[in-house]
Design a protein around this ligand. Sequence first.
Ligand code: NAP
Length: 160
Amino acid sequence: MVSIIVAIAQNGTIGDKNSLLWHIKEDMRFFRTTTSGHAVVMGRKTFESLGSKPLPKRTNIVITRQNVEFEGALTAHSLEEAIRLAEGDEEIFIIGGAQIYAEALKVADRMYITHVERSYEGDTSFPEIDYTQWTLTAVERHERGEEYESPFEFRTYDRK
Ligand SMILES: NC(=O)c1ccc[n+]([C@@H]2O[C@H](COP(=O)([O-])OP(=O)(O)OC[C@H]3O[C@@H](n4cnc5c(N)ncnc54)[C@H](OP(=O)(O)O)[C@@H]3O)[C@@H](O)[C@H]2O)c1
């Protein structure tokens, strides 16, 4: 199964200047526990946004058009190749960014979306989602975080 995992602001933004726009402890924890032990697939820019260090306890796969290697990660030259490299993992996580999400939306079976109920100015947005193709299967609402003042909701969508 291929799953997208992403946090999206009310106005669709997911990042700015190659970094995240918010820090929500609960979301970081959700991301870590959901993806740990699995393969995580990301674009070269997202890998750089993580300090070019692999996420621990996960098989990191970085997608690039360049002929380069990344320390601690496998390299793929397309999303299809990345998914092939992760074969055997029962849930492969596509962790961004926007370019990779745009391709993954066509093939993903599931999406874990953290809907951040606040708008943020940013240079990177999640592609438009056709929600008629997805069934909402889980919702967990937080009126605020331990250190974050706006509401956010963890939602799981499965492809119809
Ligand atoms: N809110 C969230 O949940 C979340 C999650 C992840 C990332 N983000 C944010 O998203 C932003 C980064 O997203 P982005 O869209 O700019 O970059 P990205 O998708 O992370 O990486 C783009 C790079 O991936 C490679 N690539 C893309 N399509 C490819 C293809 N078809 N074949 C081979 N390689 C391909 C290219 O690398 P080369 O240039 O090396 O060829 C391209 O420059 C950052 O601000 C980050 O913080 C947010």
